[in-house]
Design a protein around this ligand. Structure first.
Ligand SMILES: C[S@@+](CC[C@H](N)C(=O)[O-])C[C@H]1O[C@@H](n2cnc3c(N)ncnc32)[C@H](O)[C@@H]1O
Length: 257
């Protein structure tokens, strides 16, 4: 089983960035959140587990449609932001708790739905995390994952992953749709849907939380990329601002046995 070791722990990075994730438009993006909610097919009696919940955007989007949500994360400061958001929205069926994706603190077959949004690229042992998510799902339960991704292109894969490590040293790896499809099958789940999508965003979205030398290294990486890679990531400079595509994938799967 592969275990990747990033140079920082997510809890060290996210404890400093917690309040900005609570208000982040990219993380509270209603359109892609609605895709995830639809893919989960929630119903009133469902018990949901949201893994790597952060400030709770996914847990809070699902909460009005289900019975209860357990929202877990390794970063207490993120959970505290989630609790504040829940109070602000008058939502009282979400419990925010410390928990690690690689060792879920729940019995087998406890949940109808497991979600994990924009967190899996931080997991040091993704195979184990997926096995855990499959374990806690009931038979017939759905797993829905939304994560940062890369196209099937070695050069662009390397460029995007290097940018992401600079943006966040707890980043492990963004995987392609093909890698995801294999991972989900290896966890013993049946793949229901795989939807790659892109968002054209300013590079500054990723550089505004890093120090000036790292910002400059990120700009250089993009500016010095090959013309082919630049085209593949939709590179453009608009009003002096570097814009490029960010790649994501929405995966849904079911536990059949
Ligand atoms: C980019 S945030 C995403 C938060 C949220 N799911 C969303 O969509 O807005 C990633 C979160 O994953 C958490 N995380 C990273 N590794 C984790 C692990 N092994 N187990 C649980 N949470 C983890 C981080 O603490 C952080 O809050």
């Amino acid at each position: 089983m592969r275990t990747d070791r990033p140079s920082a722990r997510p809890e060290d990075v996210f404890s400093r960035r917690a309040s900005s994730y609570a208000t982040s438009k990219a993380h509270d993006d209603k359109v892609t959140l609605s895709w995830l909610v639809d893919a989960a097919s929630p119903s009133k009696d469902d018990a949901v587990l949201d893994v790597g919940t952060g400030a709770g955007h996914t847990a809070l989007a699902l909460a009005p449609r289900v019975r209860r949500v357990e929202a877990i994360d390794v970063t207490e400061e993120m959970l505290e932001e989630g609790r504040k958001l829940a109070r602000k929205r008058g939502i009282d069926n979400v419990r925010f708790l410390i928990g690690n994706a690689m060792s879920l603190p729940y019995a087998d077959r406890s949940f109808d739905i497991v979600t994990c949004r924009r967190a899996a690229h931080h997991f040091t042992d993704l195979e184990r995390a997926l096995a855990e998510m499959a374990r806690v799902l009931k038979v017939g339960g759905r797993l829905v994952i939304d994560d940062r991704s890369v196209p099937e292109d070695e050069e662009v894969d390397s460029l995007i992953n290097r940018l992401d490590v600079l943006h966040d040293p707890s980043h492990v790896r963004d995987r392609s749709a093909c890698e995801w499809s294999e991972l989900v099958r290896s966890a013993g789940l049946e793949l229901l849907g795989l939807r790659p999508y892109r968002k054209h965003m300013p590079l500054s979205h990723f550089t505004d939380m890093v120090d000036p030398p790292t910002e400059s290294a990120m700009r250089d990486l993009v500016l010095n990329a090959s013309e082919r890679a630049k085209k593949a990531v939709g590179f453009e400079v608009s009003d002096g601002c570097i814009m490029l595509d960010n790649f994501f994938v929405l995966i849904s799967a079911i536990k059949t046995q």
